[in-house]
Design a protein around this ligand. Structure first.
Ligand SMILES: *[C@@H]1O[C@H](CO)[C@@H](O)[C@H](O)[C@H]1NC(C)=O
Ligand SMILES: *[C@@H]1O[C@H](CO)[C@@H](O)[C@H](O)[C@H]1NC(C)=O
Ligand SMILES: *[C@@H]1O[C@H](CO)[C@@H](O)[C@H](O)[C@H]1NC(C)=O
Ligand SMILES: *[C@@H]1O[C@H](CO)[C@@H](O)[C@H](O)[C@H]1NC(C)=O
Ligand SMILES: [Zn+2]
Length: 418
């Protein structure tokens, strides 16, 4: 039934030449393939990205957890044969790209920052700047450098007692360009923590929040620049010796770099680890923030979409868990519970490498090199893959906020001044 609806919609879509840009994903199919046994998992894990043909948006995190693959029309038969030979359950979404929203469709007016929208990076910076003026007693910024293409990067500090050497909760978002909802969440946190008198008595009591709202502004702006670019993930750097752009920032950190779950091919659109560790200015910036405040950062959360998963170290291996994995696990469960109480979805909690090890991630670096006691990658949304509808931000961002309140209560209890 659902499939039929999609087809009808597709046919009705009217495309005026001027209004409708070429979208290479228009006729792609999304296949959600759900492994039921070990053989299925094994076979799925062997599937590789093929540029312009097969894009693996999400890998399975265990049995009955889908692998989501976007496939071009000319490769559909290949994957259909694959799933029917192995008898793996599959769901389809046809004409996938026809449902991409226009990045500029809800563009904000200059005088009114809409926090429940996918804003241009420039507008995020302008809004942050305004907050530092209006709420200078709580919100300050620190320039932390420039992206590869020269965009300014600022660390937003929220504190009611900047000289109090409080424990720090450090949050970054948007290392993966297409994960727009991640940065929307970071901006929501900045606005709410910065403006709300109530937050001063709760989330900000005895805790400083340091937020880098967009780790990969070059990739983000590129993914906004046209529907065919909507699913861009990497940075936009160019390293000598080949024609392809970008590195997966979350494979680029200097801890067990390049060991597993990465690609050495610069043209791999997803998981190219870079020519060397920390080849990207953006990952260097995050690492420098961690080093600078290493004694005070007690929690690091890297915001991603889509999950819904909360994962903790290690990412580089599935053989060993950190010694203190239980406390990492338990806190994540509490955070998930509070999101559920607020009406949101449950997060699945596990170690990051449990089903597909990947080395060079920021959480492993935070935990393994810097020694931050709690480190998570939080994949916020569920359903909709990376194309999370803008109109739902208003519903989900306040739900996720409850999870961050729980984080702060726990960090205060364990590390706050007695
Ligand atoms: C998608 O399919 C339609 C109908 O077959 C065709 O007109 C259009 O050119 C295709 N678009 C792309 C980007 O391949
Ligand atoms: C698999 O997942 C589906 C949807 O999440 C659920 O309805 C079903 O009960 C699950 N099956 C098993 C065997 O866990
Ligand atoms: C910043 O504040 C100025 C002055 O109040 C206002 O004109 C401008 O629209 C604001 N910009 C944003 C992005 O909030
Ligand atoms: C914090 O310290 C700085 C530099 O030592 C000083 O300029 C500032 O006034 C202090 N702020 C507060 C709120 O005490
Ligand atoms: Zn991501």
């Amino acid at each position: 039934m659902a499939r039929w609806v999609v087809i009808v919609f597709g046919l009705l879509q009217i495309c005026w030449p001027a209004a409708c840009e070429e979208n290479k994903y228009a006729n792609y199919t999304l296949m959600k393939i759900t492994p039921q046994n070990g053989e299925h998992l094994e076979e799925l894990s062997k599937l590789q990205h093929v540029p312009e043909s097969i894009e693996i948006l999400k890998r399975s995190r265990g049995l009955n957890r889908s692998t989501d693959i976007l496939v071009a029309p000319h490769k559909r038969a290949f994957l259909d044969e694959f799933v029917s030979r192995l008898r793996i359950p599959v769901q389809y979404k046809l004409n996938y790209g026809w449902f991409f929203q226009e990045a500029s469709s809800q563009a904000i007016k200059k005088d009114d920052y809409n926090v429940f929208a996918y804003n241009a990076y420039e507008d995020m910076l302008a809004f942050i700047n305004n907050l530092t003026i209006q709420f200078s007693n709580v919100v300050t910024v620190q320039n932390v450098g420039q992206s590869y293409e020269g965009r300014k990067m600022v660390l937003v500090k929220l504190s009611t007692n900047p000289n109090g050497s409080n424990p720090i909760i450090f949050i970054d978002a948007g290392v993966h360009a297409r994960e727009w909802a991640a940065s929307a969440m970071a901006m929501y946190l900045i606005r709410r923590l910065g403006r709300s008198p109530r937050a001063r008595k709760r989330e900000l009591r005895g805790i400083d929040w340091y937020i880098l709202p967009l780790v990969n502004p070059d990739g983000y702006e590129f993914s906004r620049s046209g529907k065919s670019n909507r699913l861009w993930r990497k940075t936009r750097s160019k390293h000598t010796g080949h024609d392809c752009y970008g590195v997966d920032g979350n494979r680029n950190y200097g801890f067990r770099w390049g060991e597993k779950g990465i690609s050495k091919d610069p043209c791999n659109p997803e998981i190219y680890a870079g020519p060397k560790e920390f080849s990207e200015p953006e990952t260097q910036i995050v690492a420098t923030i961690m080093q600078t405040y290493k004694d005070r950062i007690k929690l690091y959360v890297s915001l991603h979409t889509y999950g819904p998963y909360m994962v903790y170290p290690w990412g580089f291996t599935d053989y060993i868990a950190p010694e203190k994995w239980e406390r990492l696990h338990n806190l994540a469960r509490m955070v998930s519970d509070s999101v559920v109480r607020a009406g949101g979805h449950r997060f699945e909690v596990m170690s990051s490498g449990q089903w597909y090890p990947a080395a060079g991630g920021s959480c492993d670096y935070a935990y393994g090199v810097i020694g931050i006691p709690y480190a998570y990658s939080m994949e916020l949304t569920e359903n909709f893959e990376f194309i999370f509808p803008e109109e739902l931000l208003e519903v989900v961002l306040p739900q996720f906020f409850e999870g961050f309140t729980t984080f702060s209560i726990h960090i205060r209890r364990e590390f706050g001044k007695k």
